[in-house]
Design a protein around this ligand. Structure first.
Ligand SMILES: Nc1ncnc2c1ncn2[C@@H]1O[C@H](COP(=O)(O)OP(=O)(O)O)[C@@H](O)[C@H]1O
Length: 272
């Protein structure tokens, strides 16, 4: 996204977000002045593979606020040829979390850059992942809304295994063509593959931590460390659970509707 662009749009979108709060879509009861006066500060939670990065990035464009992805900050750090970077890489490739000190250092440099660039508000993706990180974040700033993306575990694994990144343009694709039948009261899940264009097809890379063993370890650690973060925000009435039950064409309008951010044109298209 272009930072600082479309202040009027941001303000409008922000007011819409506030309307969502007031209509009870999110359980939060925040003072209106907060949301009306400053751009939103949102957190995206969810297991590896749920699509946090995709939807956080789309929403950041929509709201005109920066998308800060902790995983991207970590991966930038891993590219440095320092002994410390190698140690961090070993941890990441085992699916382990990095220490609070390390991630807070990366996050504060990013937030410092944000304030130097005049950026306002943010969508934090991949932070906080532990209760202690959530408590530290609360000391730094007030979070307005926490969107908790949910998807069943077998699909999460398929999605992580299908993930590909183009080394040329950096875009993400997914080779997994998911069609999981309904069972035990769970609805059918259809997520068509997001295939790369021919120009990217020969340049696809796989994240080193996207192997089945490491994905399972990341999911285990998520359940252990990050589920308490959901409870933490639930107690603050800031948690909005959202089921990702399909591909982007179905899920994105549903997310906008849930946040009451869809425009009149989009509403008309959805009703056709
Ligand atoms: N908030 C955090 N605290 C500790 N480690 C983190 C955090 N965010 C990212 N990491 C590290 O970076 C890795 C990649 O992050 P990310 O791309 O967000 O992964 P995932 O696909 O597992 O959600 C994580 O597995 C972890 O090692």
């Amino acid at each position: 996204m272009r930072v600082g662009a479309g202040a009027a749009n941001t303000h409008k979108a922000f007011k819409q977000l506030w309307a969502a709060f007031m209509s009870g879509m999110a359980a939060a009861a925040l003072p209106p002045a907060k949301l009306a006066q400053q751009p939103a500060k949102l957190v995206f939670l969810g297991c590896p593979g749920v699509g946090k990065g995709t939807y956080a990035s789309m929403l950041s464009d929509r709201l005109g606020i920066p998308h800060i992805a902790m995983g991207d900050l970590v991966r930038e750090e891993l590219l440095k040829s320092t002994p410390n970077a190698q140690k961090l890489k070993d941890l990441v490739n085992q699916g382990k979390l990095l220490s609070d000190d390390i991630v807070l250092n990366l996050l504060s440099s990013r937030l410092l850059r944000a304030s130097e660039n005049g950026e306002d508000g943010f969508i934090l993706d991949g932070f906080p992942r532990t209760r202690s990180q959530a408590e530290i974040l609360d000391q730094l700033t007030e979070i307005d809304l926490v969107v908790n993306l949910k998807l069943r575990e077998d699909v999460l694994i398929l999605k992580c295994l299908g993930r590909r990144i183009c080394s040329g343009c950096g875009n993400n694709f997914n080779l997994a063509d998911i069609d999981v039948q309904a069972e035990n009261g769970h609805p059918r899940i259809l997520m068509p593959a997001m295939l790369p264009p021919p120009t990217c097809a020969s340049k696809l890379t796989i994240r080193e931590d996207d192997t089945e063993d490491v994905i399972r370890e990341r999911l285990r650690i998520y359940a252990q460390e990050s589920k308490p973060v959901e409870d933490y925000y639930k107690q603050q009435n800031k948690l909005l659970d959202f089921d990702v039950g399909g591909g982007i064409p179905q899920t994105w309008p549903k997310l906008l509707r849930t946040l009451k951010l869809d425009t009149e044109d989009e509403l008309k298209t959805q009703q056709l």
